[in-house]
Design a protein around this ligand. Sequence first.
Ligand code: NI
Length: 183
Amino acid sequence: MILPIYLYGSQILRNENTEVDLQDKEGVLKLIEDMKETLKVADGCGLAAPQVGVNKRLVIVDGRELSDTYDYLKDFFRVMINPVVLEESEETCEYSEGCLSVPGIYAEVRRPSKIKVEYYNENFEKVVEEFDQFGCRMVQHELSHLEGNLFVDNLSPLRRKMLARKLQAISKGSVQTRYKSRK
Ligand code: NI
């Protein structure tokens, strides 16, 4: 089932996200299927459960469409349930980010270059994995949704000011998206 994606300004994107109940396999798998379908139709490279109105700690990350730019992403697809960041590098880097919840806005964001994350995959197996390069960036972007953060929160005051009108338009619902969205 394709779910509507909540946009910047929605309280649901800022709520606390609770742990997924790993005993409820049927419910979790259904949510994963819905999120995969939603992400595919929206043509994005990642989606966090709160973006589809579910305040749970679950994200999917799909870099496969980006393999023209980043060859190493050609098989990069992850479902991450109850992810926990174990380590972050001191070294940081900048990449341009966008978000299905913040349509039409792209900005350079600085984050740690490498992270190590523990999570459960869609087979409910515990995984510890290190990420670097753009894969790391996609994972970090999605994980920050689970803390109620959006990439535009991290910008310099000047950059935020430049984007203020666009952001306001999104939060007022006066922006068209090519996918089903909700305020
Ligand atoms: Ni996002």
